[in-house]
Design a protein around this ligand. Sequence first.
Ligand code: M6R
Length: 366
Amino acid sequence: EKAGYEHFMLKEIHEQVSAIHNTLAGKVSELEGAIYLKELSLSEEEIKKLSRVQILACGTSWHAGLLGKYLFEQLAGIHCDIDICSEYRYRNPVMHEGTLAIAITQSGETADTLAAVREIMSYNCPTLAITNVVGSTITREANSVLYTRAGPEIGVAATKTFSTQLICLYLLAVKFALVRGKLSPDYVKSFITELRKVPGEVQQILNQKELVKECAEGFAHANSYFFLGRHLSYPIALEGALKLKEISYVHAEGFAAGELKHGPIALLDEGTPVVAIATKGQTYEKMLSNIKEVKARDAFVIAVANINDTEIAKYADVVLRVPQSDELLSPLLSVVVLQLLAYYTALARDCAIDKPRNLAKSVTVE
Ligand code: M6R
């Protein structure tokens, strides 16, 4: 069942290569620079008229949604709000004309997510669900359903369902951008070319997993971990921290790197492992400054950086490399490194990786 892997989590991390491929299958045309989302019940006219996207999700799915917010705003120019479902219901949300609600839930059974969806649907707001489970409750309630097609995920820690949720969000944001004239078919052609490279790039990272293992073992007894990211890597920093706490029971916090100096930096002391996602992109230089800040407090910096980055090794203590992808797609690669880091930390600490204490695969109580 585990196909030779010691845990479902490791198997599922590896399955991201084929899962991402399956999510994309039949949905993109490189030749035409087009994205096909037949599942979407919105017409092109309705997509043009959208004034807002409201994302609703919990846990790892919420991290996917956070990246979705950046994508909808940056690519399609649509205002996007995102809420944690257990908060959404109790904050008396103001409804806007032209809102599309997107609920992201791997299981399709999360009680808080279902409740938030029912709430927003009571305002006649069209709802799209992104889910992995065919026939789950959310698929019967939402107006349209986009499946992640990741295959069953057994490990409690969401891995392949996260990266495929991200793929769905990239497809939606680029589709909306195309329809609204924010991106040209030519740009979309090259974007699809880059998107198609992702499974191979994920495989390249998996081929180097021993390096991540070595790094994880070196810090298996750390009391606390920091994860820093900016812009598109910020949700990935949060996700890296959640993975680590969930399966290895190590205290971990993810931060927007620029926020560090507003308080959390006080927690740093000698040798605290700080994972800094520093792939090339618009915030790269800023990230380098943040790395210098934490180095000045004698923290131990583990950078996630591109293969061809020759500068980073001057500042970081350890560098875990990912292929040089399109800047927009780098979250799909850095997250794999962080999943492996959490996995190997949990392994070194002899934790019940597939069934961590106090957690269930789907949370059906509010
Ligand atoms: O099934 P859902 O995506 O709605 O689940 C939401 C969270 O419970 C889930 O992502 C949880 O945070 C994962 N165990 C994280 O690995």
